[in-house]
Write a protein that binds this ligand. Structure first.
Ligand code: SF4
Length: 369
């Protein structure tokens, strides 16, 4: 673990960091009230944008540049209100289903992935599809297809109704049973207990998922594991970092949207690992003065779909309340990068665009300015 003391320099500009928040920042709302001991912020790292989110957001921006507005996007490209509202202002139109999109238009599939039925639906409407599914979600899709083909039944650990779960189940609909929580395990009926494999949504709590797997294995000792972790590196890294922060935090603030699974898990993990209180906010303006009563140490992190500008606003407001001493708690470096969706790897002139996307949290040297 590395702890760097000091304030943060302006973060590197991300694809949506320049847009105005939907809720304008209101400064000096919070007051500096005395507490016993010094006030400080522990800032978790890694936090914020993952490689899959970076890729998906840039895919929409590049599609708008290349094809002009509007570009349609099925579902929220990533689960963050600020990202979605910023892209809307640039000309993206978010829809629930491909049937809402005029024939012949461009449509981007979100980072959470889609089922083959959605791909077919887009083809039936002659839509020009750009697939921004995170490659780590695509990996789970491929596992589902392969295990299904090999006559396995799949126990998919995930949250009912989440877009990623719907997309993964759609790759092996006859073979997949959703396990929504550890409580589902007891009543589970299976076709053949020796031909079972568990897979998972990429953004779950690692600890809760392992508990579900333990219960499954108690019932089905021959249960197969996925070939590699389905819970992605970004989810795991952010949970490890907030665990470390939570051990010392009176209060943890998690920046991210309510429909972001990995964001909501960060609140749960903080509470389970020592934080006396933990709250999720989309914007700094949602921080309430009473949350800070008697609080010496505030932990701060953000979900994998959150632009760093929103964290900076939280730090600014906390500084107004006397929490200007910011130390970064670094538990991992991230350098994973993805290439653009294949439909966007060339520009209108046929020139290749082979930039690597993601890896923006590698900077361990941010210092106070
Ligand atoms: S949270 Fe993980 S699975 Fe989801 S987009 Fe980011 S890297 Fe991909």
């Amino acid at each position: 673990m590395t702890i760097t003391n000091g304030a943060l320099a302006t973060p590197p500009a991300t694809a949506v960091s320049m847009g105005l928040p939907r809720v304008p920042a209101v400064r000096n709302r919070l007051t500096d009230t005395p507490v016993t001991g010094g006030k400080r912020v522990l800032l978790a790292a890694p936090r914020g944008y993952c490689a899959g989110v970076d890729r998906a957001v840039i895919a929409v921006e590049k599609a708008l540049d290349r094809f002009g507005a509007p570009v349609y996007v099925r579902k929220q490209i990533v689960h963050n209100i600020h990202v979605v509202s910023t892209l809307e202002k640039k000309g993206a139109i978010f829809v629930d289903e491909v049937g809402e999109v005029p024939e012949g238009s461009h449509i981007v599939f979100s980072a959470h992935g889609v089922s083959p039925a959605v791909v077919q639906g887009a083809a039936d409407r002659n839509l020009e599809a750009i697939d921004a599914t995170c490659p780590l979600v695509t990996k789970v899709h491929r596992e589902a297809v392969r295990f299904s083909r090999d006559n396995f039944d799949i126990l998919l650990i995930g949250h009912e109704g989440h877009e990623e779960v719907e997309g993964t189940m759609g790759h092996a609909p006859e073979r997949t049973t959703l396990i929504n929580s550890p409580a589902d395990v007891a009543a589970l009926q299976v076709r053949d207990p020796d031909n079972l494999v568990w897979l998972s949504q990429t953004t779950l709590s690692v600890d809760e998922t392992m508990e579900t797997v333990r219960l499954l294995r108690e019932r089905f000792p021959n249960l197969h594991n996925p070939p590699s972790d389905d819970i992605c590196y970004a989810t795991q890294n952010r949970q490890v970092a907030i665990k470390k922060v939570a051990e010392e935090a009176d209060l943890v603030i998690v920046v991210g949207s309510a429909n972001s699974s990995n964001t909501v898990r960060l609140v749960d993990v903080a509470l389970e690992h020592g934080a006396k209180a933990a709250y999720r906010v989309d914007y700094a303006s949602e921080i309430r003065q009473e949350w800070l009563d008697g609080v010496a140490t505030v932990g701060v992190t953000s979900g994998a779909s959150v632009p760093e500008v929103l964290v900076q606003e939280v730090l600014d407001d906390l500084a107004d309340a006397g929490y200007g001493d910011v130390s970064q708690v670094v538990t991992a470096e991230e350098d994973l990068m993805f290439s653009l969706p294949k439909e966007l790897r060339k520009n209108a002139d046929g020139e290749p665009d082979s930039r690597g996307l993601g890896g923006r949290t590698r900077r361990l040297d941010w210092q106070r300015s």
